[in-house]
Design a protein around this ligand. Structure first.
Ligand SMILES: [Zn+2]
Length: 554
């Protein structure tokens, strides 16, 4: 997949050789199965398992076939449940931008602004002459500096100019590219601006020259009829959840789940790869979360073969996680799941990169039941456990926590390949994953001797997917507790990397804002806008560095 993998593969083989001395026969068999499952799910042929794509469906078919092989039946009539959600915006088919007799080709010569009011307006205008209560034909760029700036926040500027046109009693705005910029905008499907009060659209420099400019000369005055009939819709998308059920004919059910979707080529804007939009590289997601998907299959097989009968076991593989926990939310909401009948939920998301020197394993959701204390006090020689008490976190257990179900979340930590095309199979620590699976199994065994655990609400400590105008381009270490925010990874080409921030640096100040942890970091980020310049203060070992930083649009 890329050349960096080769050296890592050799390293991984080295690890494998020294680990293998400690492996029992069962462990070797499990490693073989994990290699097959992760190997297939993270292969290029699945193209990064983006929700609703052919690759996601292939992954789903594979997981279903594995449940059949293990001998676990579907939950209800079928293994697969699809769910609908809404993705990016696009111009509705009914959208019309007409100049004279020419209906412009939407998304080629013209497009409605994503923030446009949805209505029809019509005016006959004389270019360059502003009249009351007509459509305004406005130059898009205030000057060539705007046109030459690739980071010009054109949408925000267009929004403000539309607003001011409305205040001057314009009925609509048609922007034209007055410069012929090489950074001319395209429809922004990810726009989050509120609707403007009047319709607003954009036409290319070419369309302007052809349909407007060619008609007007200095000596003649022409009247140009313009019609805007604009509408925006959200793209409907579908994902597939998988549910397999081990029915032990008892009252309560244990849920063990993991998401299997990933980023595809990074089309949804959630890649941390610097040039995801243009590079079109497959994000294989071996750790995120082929590792967790394979772990759920392994646990399903172990539980199926066991004598564990106190609870029923429901194994769930979610899609839509990377877009905002859509699959697990849909499952909890639409499946008629009686949350009082769910004993607890275990979520495995990224369990394939146990670090052989730190042995750090994050266990989240610890505060969601008093029962978890006893489990965590059990001796374990394999891990240094980082506890996160919150039931809310960056993965699917959150959906179950919100339904009042005790949850536990297992996670071997972030790494520089997180959400990048380099999250590949060769970097998986298989023996480490076996240890995680055995650890989770020991929890399931322990809980078999207990009654349904009590649910307790937790204080929200993890900050969810909050939306910001700017990002630094770092992957924070959520488990770091020593003051400041530690950068586990730094995305190439983003502001932090450009400023010289390195993995391992601890950010303690952003501008004048002191940063003591994730909460203050998020608050500080919320104060900046794209294009703004400030400084970021980092601790690197004993050193304190103040680095100039410039924010850019996400
Ligand atoms: Zn992810």
């Amino acid at each position: 997949m890329n050349c960096r993998i080769v050296s890592m593969a050799i390293l991984a083989m080295g690890l494998f050789v020294c680990d293998s001395r400690a492996q029992s026969k069962a462990e070797r068999k499990l490693i073989e199965q994990l290699r097959a499952d992760i190997g297939y799910l993270a292969s290029d042929s699945l193209e990064g398992r983006r929700t609703g794509t052919e690759g996601e469906r292939k992954a789903a078919a594979y997981i279903v076939q594995r449940y059949k092989q293990i001998g676990i039946f579907p939950y209800g009539d079928m293994y697969r449940y699809n769910f609908k959600f809404y993705g990016d915006k696009e111009p509705a088919n009914s959208s019309l931008i007409r100049i004279g007799d020419n209906a412009l080709k939407i998304n080629k010569d013209a497009f409605p602004m994503a923030f446009t009011a949805e209505k029809r307006v019509y005016s006959e205008i004389i270019p360059d002459i502003m009249e009351q209560n007509t459509i305004m034909l406005l130059p898009f760029y205030a000057d060539s500096a705007e046109a030459d700036n690739p980071h010009f926040d054109w949408e925000k500027a267009a929004y403000a100019r539309t607003d001011s046109a409305a205040k001057q009693s314009a009925t609509g705005v048609l922007f034209y590219d007055n410069i012929g910029s090489k950074y001319a905008p395209e429809f922004n499907g990810k726009s989050e601006l509120e609707r403007s009060t009047i319709p607003a659209a954009f036409i290319s420099n070419k369309a302007y020259m052809q349909y407007v400019k060619a008609l007007s000369t200095d000596t003649t005055t022409v009247t140009i009829p313009i019609e805007l009939n604009l509408a925006i819709k959200k793209i409907e998308r579908y994902g597939n959840n998988i549910a397999a059920y081990l029915d032990n004919d008892t009252t309560y059910t244990v849920v063990i789940g993991a998401h299997f979707d990933h980023l595809g080529y990074g089309e949804d804007g959630n890649s941390l790869h610097a040039n995801a939009a243009t590079d079109k590289e497959i994000h294989n997601g071996a750790d995120d979360n082929a590792s967790g998907s394979a772990a759920v299959l392994a646990l399903a097989e172990m539980i199926k073969k066991s004598e564990l009968k106190k609870y029923n076991y429901l194994f769930l593989n979610f899609s839509g996680e990377e877009l905002g926990l859509y699959g697990s939310k849909a499952f909890v909401k639409d499946m008629g799941l009686d949350s009082n009948k769910i004993a607890y939920m275990i979520n495995l998301d990224m369990v394939g990169r146990l670090n052989d020197s730190t042995h750090a394993l994050t266990v989240g959701g610890v505060g969601t039941s008093p029962s978890w204390g006893e489990f965590l006090e059990m001796k374990n020689k394999n891990f240094k456990i980082n506890i996160d008490s919150s039931g809310v976190g960056p993965s699917d257990h959150t959906s179950f926590y919100h339904a009042g179900i005790p949850v536990l979340f297992f996670f071997t930590g972030t790494h520089p390949d997180y959400h990048k095309p380099s999250d590949d199979t060769a970097r998986i620590n298989y023996m480490g994953e076996v240890q995680v699976i055995n650890y989770v199994y020991s929890l399931v065994e322990l809980m078999e001797e207990k009654d349904k655990p009590l649910f307790t609400e937790t204080k929200q400590t993890t900050v969810g997917k909050t939306k910001f105008k700017v990002t630094l381009g770092i992957m924070p270490d959520y488990t770091f507790q020593e003051g400041g925010v530690k950068a586990d990874g730094v995305t190439d080409g983003r502001p932090a990397a450009a400023a010289g921030v390195k993995p391992g640096d601890i950010i303690i100040k952003l501008g004048d804002n002191e940063i003591s942890g994730m909460q203050t970091y998020m608050q500080a980020l919320g104060k900046f806008t794209p294009g703004e310049k400030t400084t970021v203060t980092v601790k690197r070992g004993e050193e304190l560095l103040v680095l100039p930083i410039e924010f850019m649009t996400k």
